[in-house]
Design a protein around this ligand. Structure first.
Ligand SMILES: Nc1ncnc2c1ncn2[C@@H]1O[C@H](COP(=O)(O)OP(=O)(O)O)[C@@H](O)[C@H]1O
Ligand SMILES: [Mg+2]
Length: 393
């Protein structure tokens, strides 16, 4: 068996601590190993009821459950296990050991867990401290061998409970292993190259997913940028993003792009602008009447008024989460005197819920220029692919 286990994981394969913390970058073989260890124990030990957990139940089928199946087929063990595709469970035929899966968001199923004897928590940082405590308390079944919780995760943030509980202090009964993609001899060089490219594009991402080092600020929507003196001459195209406001600022940002580079410059950022006053300002700033302007589609009447003044303005594609993902695919450059744009970029953060978990929505405070930028980029470039951004592992 051990010849099929990546060398770096050998100590974790035999380790019997209550907590087996497998922290790593993307593609380092964490999930594959966790599945190997659990399935091996199902085959070789008796009296087991394993539970495999993720935060969200509906993600299980295509992630951990699929991974367990992949590992079974990889080892040619398919005749020794029975799959229950509808319940997402697996049974070892020769000894009756079972493995069930559940989401933390399925309290009924959690309550019904009968004395588990082992767990695997995939993407453990998705859980809250409370979620984890509930699971931990349940792991008290009788066993001839040992009770172990395997946690697999990327070190996304020091604010996460995993850091607080297992890394900010010296925890008891814990074995920790840190792995990076190069420890996984089964992935090709292209994967490492993809990660290497992130070093410049998104240093925080690189730190977490390539180096497997703890991220600092979980809430920041990091738009990493360089400051430049002016937009270069040779850009492919210039666009504008426009976010309306009255008591809030009305923000217009010039967005030029060339391949993977985006250049941003504040056109204006002003409170208490009526639509005629805004048109007047656009005229004075000599905003092009042929370049595309993408404006907040929630105000069609304002868009119409600006169109009637001769501008090529249209309603923007507003999907926030996908839009932000799109912007992050580019290298961003900001012209130095765009003070409001710079200020917003530095303070742009995700909302969190009461427990401090990240939501898919930015804090709506100070995001007018950020919205304008996203409108232009996502509406105009949303379907193009400069992308090298593969998330998570
Ligand atoms: N021991 C192994 N034998 C064969 N392939 C492996 C092994 N470990 C990992 N892999 C391959 O490497 C890929 C990435 O591993 P994975 O466990 O998904 O990484 P992580 O969970 O750390 O992101 C897997 O899809 C699998 O194909
Ligand atoms: Mg994984």
């Amino acid at each position: 068996m051990t010849e099929h286990i990546l060398t770096k994981y050998h100590p974790a394969f035999t380790n019997q601590s209550r907590y087996l913390m497998l922290m790593g970058g993307a593609g380092s073989g964490k999930s594959f190993f966790a599945a190997q260890k659990i399935l091996y124990r199902m085959k070789e030990e008796t009296g087991h009821r394993f539970v495999v957990v993720r935060k969200v139940a509906r993600t299980i089928r295509n992630s951990v459950y699929q991974q367990l199946k992949d590992v079974i087929y990889f080892h040619g063990w398919q005749d020794e296990f029975k799959f229950s595709e509808s319940r997402l469970e697996i049974e070892c035929l020769k000894n009756g050991n079972t493995l069930i899966t559940t989401g933390v968001d399925d309290p009924e199923k959690l309550k019904s867990l009968a004395q588990p004897t082992g767990m695997w928590v995939e993407e453990a940082t998705e859980l809250s401290a409370r979620d984890f405590r509930q699971l931990d308390l349940r792991l008290r079944g009788e066993t001839e061998t040992y009770l172990q919780i395997i946690c697999t995760f990327n070190p996304i943030s020091k604010k996460n409970f995993v850091y607080q509980q297992f890394y900010a202090r010296e925890p008891i009964n814990t074995f920790k292993l840190i792995t990076v993609h190069s420890d996984n001899t089964k992935v090709g060089a292209a994967f490492g190259e993809m990660l290497a490219e992130m070093k410049e594009l998104d240093p925080e991402y690189y730190k977490i997913y390539a180096l497997a080092e703890w991220g600092e600020n979980s809430n920041a929507i990091i738009y990493d940028y360089k400051i430049i003196s002016r937009i270069p001459e040779n850009v492919t195209e210039t666009l504008y993003g426009l976010d309306f406001g009255y008591n809030n600022p009305c923000a217009m940002v010039r967005v030029a792009y060339y391949e993977k580079d985006i250049y941003l410059e504040e056109a204006f950022y002003k409170r208490r602008l009526t639509t005629p006053a805004m048109i007047d300002l656009m005229d004075r700033l000599e905003i092009s009447k042929t370049d595309n302007i993408y404006a907040d589609s929630a105000s069609p009447e304002k868009i119409k008024e600006i169109q009637q003044a001769g501008y090529h303005v249209k309603g923007a594609e507003k999907s926030v989460f996908s839009g932000i993902g799109k912007v992050k695919e580019y290298r961003i450059h900001v012209v130095q005197n765009s003070v409001n744009v710079l200020n917003e970029l530095d303070n742009y953060t995700w909302k969190t819920d009461a427990e401090g978990n990240l939501l898919d929505d930015p804090v709506k405070d100070n995001d007018h220029a950020c919205d304008a930028i996203r409108y232009a980029i996502y509406s105009h470039l949303g379907k193009r692919k400069p992308t090298i951004y593969g998330h998570s592992g």
